[in-house]
Design a protein around this ligand. Sequence first.
Ligand SMILES: [Zn+2]
Length: 371
Amino acid sequence: MTIDKREDRAAVFFDKRMLAYRIPAGVFDSEPSALLEHQIPQPENPERIDNTRSVLERCPIAARLDWHGITPATDEDLLSFHTPAYLDILKEVDRTGGSVTRSTHLSKGELEAVRLSAGAAIDAAKTVMEGRSRIAYALGRPPSHHAQPDVADGYCFVNGVGLAALEALRAGCERVAVIDWDVHHGNGTQEGFYGRDDVLTISMHMDHGAWGPTHVQTGGVEETGSGAGGGCNINLPLPMGSGDVLYNEVFEHCVVPAVKRFAPDMIVLANGQDANQFDPNGRQCVTMKGFHSLGSKLRWLAGDVSDGRVIVTQEGGYNPSYAPLCAYAVMAGLLGEPLDIADPIAFYPEDAAASQRALETLISVHPLLGQ
Ligand SMILES: [Zn+2]
């Protein structure tokens, strides 16, 4: 199809009450270190999302964004993806405050932020399904894609990606493709749809493997779905340091053909920016330019399969000053706009040929180097 970019606007769902949610210092994936006078700052913090809000409000595509509040997700909403017993656990922890699992902590009353983050995903899906906007962005926290039907994991309590996909199906879609380019494996979404043939789940991620009892999925290529869902889960584990080149090659040569063959009528993007080059939780060296290219490619893919419609959920992205710029880059690409903000720190080459040339040059300059 031909996309007239003048038609495109994006709805953004945000509520500042999600910023009140704060994980206590020292609650991290590992125990606090006795060596450190100042503990590692908690990566999933309010600043990263508030900076994304401010960047989107002030950036060159600001005039193309429509801001909306959020309807908090109800129990009924959450039970479309999660089990009743699991919801009871979340409510119990919320009553007193505490950890659900090691990296998922709620202080008393903070389930409200989880309901808002999940509600943003549902609101975004409804907005797209009702034709009010072809692109809708759930700018929520805590993130969602690690949350399994009955397990919290990786800062995630409730799976907004899954809720958005289910809302699209409920409202009339026949097949939904989930594309997850967060640097971590989208194990929760995979788990929720593993046996279904109406949701294709694709995750491109750093090859980190399973990480304990809350994340038993490997993210490997062997996890392809089960039963009726056989073949409907695709994992694309990528080597450390993959960078703009490999991320975009994999998107073009793996994600695009798979989605076209599946022929969905809706795309949900699990939009983590923690593959960025300065992320404390990732090692993938993707730049603003790389994210912009991914957003542009997704725009054209959506134009081919879903009438340009994309539901976006915010996932990871933990450098609070760089990840928000990458979020802008994605949205600029999705809206067909150029990258109009200079990358403040774009100086790292990741090109393999350039690396080889550099190695050869180094070896040639000293007789003791080389083999
Ligand atoms: Zn992540």
